[in-house]
Write a protein that binds this ligand. Structure first.
Ligand SMILES: Cc1cc2nc3c(=O)[nH]c(=O)nc-3n(C[C@H](O)[C@H](O)[C@H](O)COP(=O)(O)OP(=O)(O)OC[C@H]3O[C@@H](n4cnc5c(N)ncnc54)[C@H](O)[C@@H]3O)c2cc1C
Length: 398
């Protein structure tokens, strides 16, 4: 779907990491800013990182204005992305339903929903009957350990096929002349007179006017490479999918109870894809602990008791670059011509279209657009944190 390129000696921009953010940034640099000599280097293959490991949920139901503006920009772009890339990314606006199982939780969701509506973002606060009408498959009135008392619904949210996003951006970027170099690990950065000059890679040295790091779960390792302490911890997040069944769940459901946490989406192949919280210990492994898988499955069975006989078909995990306030990082780092795009935590898939467009503008013009300016590194020094861990898969426990 995209041509195989060989590494040249020098580029205007070299992007490290062919995940969603690296690919989207390259595409926008070429399309919107007319840059011609762009390369993306990945130590593995396109789509092998978190862009191909996530649970495919996209939404803009955030509480803080900086996150609301940014993720809403992204959600609008998801709605038109298949047409823009001329590639079917299988976007499905099937709604995202955050279930509340206590009055306290409902109050939190109402607060978030009202904050969204104040900015013109669609949010509906449903009581028990509203949930029963929107999602009859949940059988809300059936006896259950944690009765559903209501929900926050964002109808324009939903799911996108993750692999297709990587492939669609890669194809579109390559068609614009971007060199995509797989199996090429970046090992070090050379500098002279206060600017970065080249990258040391497993395929030799490559000169670059500007360098972008978009390596998600390996952002901490890039900090080590640059000799900079970044406010990042790497954690493992797992997901799993059941054997395929006929259409059962028509929306995305998120539920956090003291019993188990889960977000559930039925893939177009019929499997119920589910995920939950981080495994809990900083780690670069991609395996995952059994008890965490059990929590997720128990949470899913609480939501949809009739799936309890299904078998888990596959389980996998990804390494997530967790910032200390739960919001991303988009800034320069160490050198004026080195740009860092990371800190995506467990929510960076939905951010890809907005991040690609805004970050490309940042790199091309040397000025961060308003949309991403709040996500600077200096907030950890000044204390202007964007503390929104509560709106990933974290409303109840952490
Ligand atoms: C199980 C799971 C479920 C998730 N669910 C959701 C969800 O439902 N919704 C959502 O919005 N987000 C979700 N996320 C988060 C989301 O997937 C990530 O935040 C996002 O994909 C990260 O950005 P990326 O796509 O650019 O990263 P990646 O795809 O990980 O790309 C980074 C690339 O950098 C490369 N790389 C690293 N180091 C080097 C090096 N030294 N040299 C060269 N290349 C290098 C890697 O090989 C990799 O390909 C989930 C994550 C996981 C793990």
């Amino acid at each position: 779907m995209w041509s195989k390129a060989s590494l040249r000696e020098a580029y205007d921009v070299v992007i490290v990491g062919a995940g969603g953010h690296g690919l989207a940034t390259a595409y926008h640099l070429a399309r919107d800013h007319g840059l011609k000599r762009i390369a993306i280097l990945d130590r593995s293959i396109v789509g092998y990182g978190n862009v191909g490991r996530n649970t495919t949920i996209v939404r803009s139901n955030y509480l803080l204005p900086a996150n609301q503006h940014f993720y809403e920009d992204s959600l609008r772009r998801w709605h038109g992305l298949s047409r823009e890339l001329n590639y079917n990314v299988m976007f499905s606006a099937r709604g995202v339903l955050d279930l509340a199982t206590s009055d306290d939780e409902m109050t939190q969701y109402a607060r978030r929903g009202n904050a969204m509506r104040l900015l013109g973002i669609d949010a509906e606060i449903l009581d028990e009957h509203g949930v029963a009408t929107f999602a009859p498959e949940l059988n809300v009135s059936a006896p259950r350990r944690f009765p559903i008392v209501g929900a926050l619904l964002q109808r324009r949210g939903g799911s996108v096929r993750h692999d297709a996003v990587a492939w669609g951006y890669a194809r579109a970027a390559a068609a614009l002349g971007v060199d995509i170099i797989e199996n090429c690990a970046v090992l070090g950065v050379h500098s002279a007179n206060g600017v970065a000059t080249s990258l040391e890679t497993s395929r030799g040295t490559v000169r670059a006017e500007r360098i972008v790091f978009a390596v998600a779960g390996h952002t901490g390792a890039i900090g080590t490479m640059l000799g900079v302490d970044l406010p990042i911890e790497t954690h493992l997040l797992q997901a799993m999918v059941t054997e395929p069944i006929k259409p059962l769940l028509h929306t995305v459901v998120v539920s956090f109870t003291p019993h188990g946490e889960t977000y559930l989406v039925q893939s177009d192949r019929g499997g119920l894809v589910m995920g939950g919280l981080l495994d809990g210990n900083p780690s670069y492994t991609r395996e995952g602990q059994w008890h965490r898988l059990e929590d997720v499955v128990e949470g899913a069975v609480d939501v949809l008791p009739r799936i309890k006989e299904l078998r888990i078909l596959r389980q996998w995990a990804g390494t997530n670059d967790m910032t200390l306030d739960g919001s991303p990082l988009m800034d320069r780092v160490k050198y004026p011509n080195v740009y860092l795009n990371g800190g995506w935590c467990y929510g960076g898939f939905k951010a890809i279209p907005a991040s690609g467009a805004a970050f490309a503008r940042f790199v091309a013009t040397d000025t961060a657009p308003e949309l991403i300016r709040p996500f600077n590194l200096s907030r950890f020094a000044t204390g202007h944190l964007l503390d929104e861990r509560g709106v990933g898969p974290y409303p109840v426990r952490q």
